[in-house]
Design a protein around this ligand. Structure first.
Ligand code: ADP
Ligand code: MG
Length: 684
């Protein structure tokens, strides 16, 4: 078996089929064998007709009672119905548009039928278009593959069958001591059994082995990346630690967690090696101050810093915070956003290039695309929990091995953090600034909206500010009673909140307009801000103490938690009101969790449980590596086992020099390539 051979070399795979395989990402024989079934047809377990569960695929054995007859119904469709008995009960089979079916199935003969059981008229059991074979020809468990219009499950099955008809043993990757310790079947058994299993239990042990491989190689790769990261030398060295001087600039006493995090990062930057550190902290834990400390220390050591924010609103806010904080310290900050005029932008860029500017703040795109630095020593990304290894490595190109500091507000459950951020060192801000009050959260139905408005007004009357968040709407949503932010604003501004100063902020406004609105909200000129998720991340206005979220069912748990994090940022008790008329089980669960806890880690755990890892991190950009067979949620036991053994090997034989680890080393190398370049080969 030549695993690197092109898929077109497999007997029976012509040009068209080879293209079909490529469209599934299968380019070589090795990739074909790693194209695992998504499900199975179990022809080995024959059920009595009257014990078949409704709605599931089952296999039955029975005799056709009388010849099938094709009938044409209106619309021109051909329908053939037949009755089959297993000696105890009778079931009706229906076939559509199959001219040959009448000659394929013979009356009085016994067959195996495989298909989904449905309930027909008078609750009689039926099978629609089942697959069938003569009963004598007993069939095993057959694989079902992810197919597409270019290639079918049958064609995939037959190509794999052809490759596996070569009985040469598939070379083992894992040494005997690992196979033994974790009771794993050999790779040869696993690959053969995952495609053509002898029994249900054989599928299980094949899966266990392949999941083990996948998570094991992944974790080894991440550990290897981490040690490679921490071995990168840099000239950006902090020689003079002035964090205490910086703490003196803060209008508050830093928390112990902040001090500890800053200390860890400064010690990284002193080491002569590049820092690669993640700062995790729940909303409101004060990550900005920690970042500012690093910027300060770098500036005082002659290095420039870049701070990248996910939204312009947040970039502007950071710019204001840092300018104020650094005013007396002689540190120059610059802001690059879409609303900066071209001529001004040119001047800003010159100052960055000649080193006059110590800190540049902007959105990711702006800083990455068109800025040259004189001596970039530190790159900070705020709220970028959605970026993976690949994206992060791209950030450093603006300097010579600048230090990397990633700040994430989404508390990620530990198991997942090890995968997503497995290549970084981690600091956690596990302490909120003193005096914070819990935000009280209620869920109400829209019937109580009027009372809610009155309640909001009592806060505005006392001089506090508030938010009302509406979901992003598409036109098709309008009919479903979803609140459109603009209409909502127009309505409340002139009715319930007449006499109050109400502002509107949403993502489609020009950057300049957004800046103005945010500035007015910060200064208190706007009392109530009607807005969308543009304020989801980072926005910090401590005088805002009340928030209402319309159509709360439209938001995920972590998102609601982020939104709620916009209030409760001062010492005043804050309130969050979630408005929803949805009575779906899932919505109720989410509302209950929101009302019962403000602990970000608990919420993240629940969110993950409700949504699964893919959705948890948002769509494509989630930074989670693609997994073929493992599931980070359900395979947590194997995840832990592989972590344990990966740590052992990283400790004992980090370069995979020992004979028994050489093949593992090769796999790890391939995996690292594919983590850094998305389309790299993933061969056996
Ligand atoms: P996040 O971690 O969500 O980014 P921020 O950095 O925006 O949080 O901080 C939230 C608020 O807490 C800000 O208003 C900030 O000034 C304040 N803050 C941060 N650290 C402290 C502290 N040690 N003591 C008091 N207030 C603090
Ligand atoms: Mg923040």
């Amino acid at each position: 078996m030549n695993f690197s051979a092109d898929i077109g070399t497999v007997k029976g795979v012509g040009k068209v089929r080879a293209d079909g395989f490529r469209s599934l990402g299968v380019r070589t024989v090795g990739e074909l064998l790693r194209f695992y079934p998504r499900a199975y047809e179990d022809w080995s377990c024959v059920l009595p007709i009257d014990r078949c569960p409704i709605g599931e695929n089952v296999c039955i054995k029975g005799t056709l009672l009388y010849p099938l007859k094709n009938e044409r119904v209106h619309g021109g469709m051909l329908i053939a119905k037949g009755s089959v008995t297993d000696g105890e009960s009778i079931i009706t089979l229906t076939f559509f548009n199959n001219k040959y079916i009448t000659s394929m199935l013979k009356s009085g003969e016994e067959y195996l039928f495989y298909g989904k059981i449905t309930l027909g008229r008078y609750a009689a059991r039926e099978m629609l278009s089942p697959m069938f074979v003569p009963a004598k020809q007993s069939k095993a468990i057959l694989p079902i593959y992810r197919q597409n219009p270019k290639i079918t499950t049958r064609q995939i099955r037959s190509a794999i069958e052809t490759v596996l008809s070569d009985k040469t043993e598939i070379p083992e990757i894992l040494p005997p001591y690992i196979l033994e310790r974790f009771s794993l079947v050999t790779l040869d058994t696993a690959i053969r059994q995952i495609h053509f299993p002898e029994s249900a239990s054989a599928i299980q042990s094949a899966r266990d082995r392949l999941i083990f491989d996948e998570l094991f190689i992944l974790q080894l790769s991440l550990m290897r990346l981490k040690s490679a990261n921490s071995a990168v030398k840099t000239d950006n060295i902090v020689k003079f630690d002035c964090t205490d001087e910086f703490f003196g600039l803060l209008p508050f006493e830093p928390t112990n967690a902040q001090k500890k995090a800053v200390k860890a990062a400064v010690s990284d930057m002193k080491s002569g090696k590049q820092m690669n550190r993640l700062l995790q902290g729940d909303v409101g834990s004060g990550k900005t101050a920690a970042a500012a400390a690093l910027v300060y220390v770098c500036a005082k050591n002659g290095m420039q810093s870049a701070l990248m924010a996910p939204t312009e609103v947040l970039a502007v806010q950071h710019f204001e915070t840092f300018t104020k904080l650094f005013a007396s310290a002689g540190i120059n900050c610059a802001l690059l956003t879409g609303s900066v005029k071209p001529s001004e932008k040119k001047r800003i860029k010159e100052r960055i290039k000649n080193g006059e500017t110590d800190l540049v703040i902007g959105t990711h795109a702006l800083i990455q695309n068109d800025v040259e630095f004189s001596r970039l020593g530190l790159v900070i990304t705020d709220e970028q929990h959605r970026f993976g290894v690949k994206q992060r490595t791209g950030l450093c190109s603006k300097g010579k091995n600048p230090h990397v500091y990633v700040m994430s507000a989404t508390p990620i459950p530990r198991t997942l953090a090890l995968i997503v951020f497995g290549d970084l060192d981690v600091s956690v801000l596990d302490e909120l600034p003193p005096g914070r009050q819990k935000t009280v959260t209620y869920a109400i139905s829209s019937k109580k909206r009027k009372g809610m408005f009155d309640y909001i007004k009592t806060y505005l009357d006392k001089g506090f500010q508030g938010y009302i968040v509406c979901p992003l709407v598409e036109e098709s949503d309008a009919a479903a009673g979803v609140q459109n932010v603009e209409e909502y604003y127009e309505k409340v501004k002139n009715t319930v909140f007449k006499g109050y100063s109400v502002g509107l902020l949403h993502g489609k406004m020009t950057p300049k307009k957004k800046d103005e609105i945010m500035a007015d909200f910060k200064s208190g000129k706007i009392q109530l801000l009607i807005t969308t998720v543009v304020i989801e991340v980072g926005v910090d206005v401590p005088n805002a103490v009340i928030m209402a979220v319309e159509n709360a069912e439209r938001f995920g748990l972590s998102q609601l938690h982020q939104l709620r994090g916009r209030v409760g940022r001062g010492t005043q008790t804050s309130t969050c009101i979630l408005v929803t008329d949805s009575t779906g089980e899932d919505t109720l669960k989410r509302m209950n969790i929101m009302c019962s806890t403000t602990d970000g880690f608990k919420i993240a755990d629940e969110d993950l449980r409700l949504r699964g890892p893919g959705d948890f991190f948002g769509t494509r950009q989630h930074g989670l590596p693609q997994l073929r067979i493992a599931d980070l949620m359900t395979d947590s036991k194997i995840l832990a086992e592989t972590r344990e053994i990966a740590e052992e090997i990283t400790e004992k034989d980090p370069d995979f020099i020992r004979d028994e680890h050489i093949k593992i080393g090769r796999q790890v190398k391939k995996k690292i390539n594919s983590l850094q370049t998305p389309a790299a080969a993933n061969t056996i």
